[in-house]
Design a protein around this ligand. Structure first.
Ligand SMILES: Cc1cc2nc3c(=O)[nH]c(=O)nc-3n(C[C@H](O)[C@H](O)[C@H](O)COP(=O)(O)O)c2cc1C
Length: 323
């Protein structure tokens, strides 16, 4: 399969694994890249820039294919050592960076000087246009259905993707709600040059997370996610659980008076407890509505081969037969 994105990233299939906190480690990123997609390490999961450098080296030992690094700029009480992480990315010879959250403009000169392709992940057409204007090479457009941070505009992909197509010059990747060959063909039909998946890649054999997390995603339906932190304008789509119910009760009770301090027990330091220890009720952890389309735990290669075969079959048979 050849698109502007496969050419730009030097990959076989237009399938990208989005950065995921405590999931985007070398095991998953290398498996995705080895299967012909683009795997992505998550920088901030590493406790320090030196640890990220080691993780990049570890991933390079597991694949000779291209892989990327995600750099997320979210509101934080104490900002991480971003200059250090960028230095590890550049020195580690990484050629693709997925930025997300706040505008990455400040880091563009350093990344572009190192010859790095920058894909900015964003949730609105205006942010995608801004990314284009500051020199990003591509964007991932994350619809309202996505796991993680969907932004505050609530525009689902059936509208967002065609709006991106009629507005952007740089290529874009459809993100949010993508699971299978149908998603890939639909994304392409709406003008995308590839698709980005988060939740679907967690339910794979290689994802380095507790088995209970994978089983919870398989068991969940499309009705089982909740939006938390709306009152803080830091909305996150998460899988419902006891910790999330506690958090939502606080949001209802405190209304607009709520602050981060009120919910720190449900959102701070949750990821290692969930992903590593399998303590699913520890608090809020991201999950997309796409959980409703996830029914098994294949290897990454089985998943990607299946997606590509299904996409080709839809185009060649189902769609071609209609015209
Ligand atoms: C458990 C989990 C953790 C995530 N962590 C991050 C992150 O640290 N940085 C980021 O940019 N996106 C993060 N995301 C978002 C994904 O990269 C991707 O954009 C999103 O999952 C796409 O929606 P989908 O889950 O419907 O495929 C996370 C998603 C999940 C499910």
């Amino acid at each position: 399969m050849r698109t502007r994105i496969t050419d730009m990233l030097g990959i076989q299939y237009p399938i990208v694994q989005g950065g995921m906190h405590f999931v985007g480690l070398a095991e998953l990123a290398s498996a995705v890249s080895n299967a012909g997609g683009l795997g992505i390490l998550t920088a901030l999961t590493q406790p320090s820039p030196a640890a990220l450098a080691e993780e990049i080296a570890r991933c390079r030992g597991m694949t000779d294919k291209p892989f990327g690094v995600n750099l997320t700029f979210l509101p934080a009480r104490t900002p991480p050592d971003y200059p250090g992480y960028v230095r590890s990315i550049v020195d580690g010879g990484i050629k693709v960076v997925e930025t997300a959250g706040n505008n990455p403009q400040k880091w563009m000169p350093m990344l572009k000087e190192a010859g790095i392709t920058v894909i900015h992940k964003c949730t609105s057409v205006r942010h995608a246009l801004k990314a284009e204007a500051i020199g990003c090479d591509a964007v991932s457009v994350d619809g309202f259905e996505c796991g993680g941070h969907p932004g505050e505009d609530d525009v689902p992909n059936f509208i967002l993707l065609p709006r991106a197509a009629e507005t952007l010059k740089i290529p874009f990747i459809a993100s949010g709600g993508m699971a299978d060959g149908r998603s890939l063909v639909a994304a392409m039909a709406m003008g995308a040059e590839g698709m980005n998946m988060g939740t679907r890649f967690i339910a794979t054999k290689e994802a380095p997370v507790h088995e209970k997390v994978k089983q919870a995603i398989v068991a969940a339906s499309e009705l089982d996610t909740r939006l938390v932190m709306r009152p803080l304008r830091n909305t996150e789509r998460v899988l419902n659980n006891a910790g999330v119910e506690r958090l939502l009760a606080k949001e209802r009770e405190l209304g607009d008076r709520i602050t981060f301090d009120d919910i720190v027990a449900e959102v701070g330091g949750v990821y290692p407890k969930v992903m590593r220890d399998g303590d699913l009720d520890a608090g809020a952890w991201s999950c997309g509505m796409v959980a409703g389309l996830i029914h098994d735990i294949p290897t990454v290669k089985e998943l990607i081969d299946r997606i590509v075969a299904e996409a080709q079959q839809i185009v060649r048979q189902r769609l071609a037969g209609m015209v």
